[in-house]
Ligand binder design. Sequence first.
Ligand code: C2E
Ligand code: CA
Ligand code: CA
Ligand code: CA
Length: 287
Amino acid sequence: AKSAGGNRFELADPEADARAITRHGLTTALPTALDRGEFFIEYQPLVHLGDGSVRGAEALVRWLHPQHGVLSPDRFIPLAEHTGLIVPLGRWVLEQSVRQAREWRDRHGGAEALGPLRINVNLSPCQLTHPGLVQDTVDILERTGVAPEALCLEVTESALIGADDDLLKPLRRLAEMGVDIALDDFGTGYSNLANLRRLPVSVLKLDRSFTQSMQQFPADPVDLKIVEGIVSLAHSLDLAVTVEGVETGAQAEQLRLLGCDTAQGWYYARPGPPERLHELALADTTA
Ligand code: C2E
Ligand code: CA
Ligand code: CA
Ligand code: CA
């Protein structure tokens, strides 16, 4: 950054400098981090709002950087998208997560007591345009013996706004195979609600901002109406509604009353190691 030259808009910003240096360092270290085995995945339970049972988990990637410690995806996913590493990284996350789902299934002895735990994996827009997506997914499911119905791929609403048929084609093929597609961060992208019918999605993930506004009691009446409207539209289109960022019992109760199906958030559990999800799911059946 420039040093202060009498212009208050050019004051040196040591924090911005530090951020830029770190960003540069991370970008340099990123391409080899996958080979060095520095990424790991945490799992956050998805809980049925009606009966409180654990139905699955969302896979959330982290980078254990040798100097900076554990980095959150917001720090490196944009860099990975920019450098193209997101394609192999995304494939790695998908394979690890599906393998994990298989392991939970096996450890649960056929999953009869639990019902199959589903696994949600985030897809970056760059992966959507990558020609290998469908084949990679098919290969991973075949290698692991996991049913397509146990997998849900999350795509942000903004990635699909104005999406043409070329972009939707791979998602359609996956949906036809039985893979669920979820629209992530829903409600922030100002997409045309009628447009939903065109998209091969079966789940709406309501953005955390709606959950946050359910914290006040009574909740903001306009937000209540919006969520009510989204839920009834979603259900009329046969879409399930998942809410994220649930931090309190009051939020969970409000969202349950509004008809939301599944919830995720710190109120239930923070993202954690796979053993933790296993314990939560088991505790649930013995409770
Ligand atoms: P997201 O897909 O919207 O994931 C939800 C984020 O909310 C996660 O942040 C999660 O840890 C956080 N969260 C969960 N419950 C609560 C809560 O009760 N309160 C609050 N305040 N936050 C909660 P995280 O793990 O830092 O991930 C951030 C974003 O990084 C994700 O947002 C997703 O867009 C992206 N991401 C994570 N893993 C992957 C991945 O494997 N591939 C891609 N392409 N993106 C990923
Ligand atoms: Ca997500
Ligand atoms: Ca989200
Ligand atoms: Ca988000």
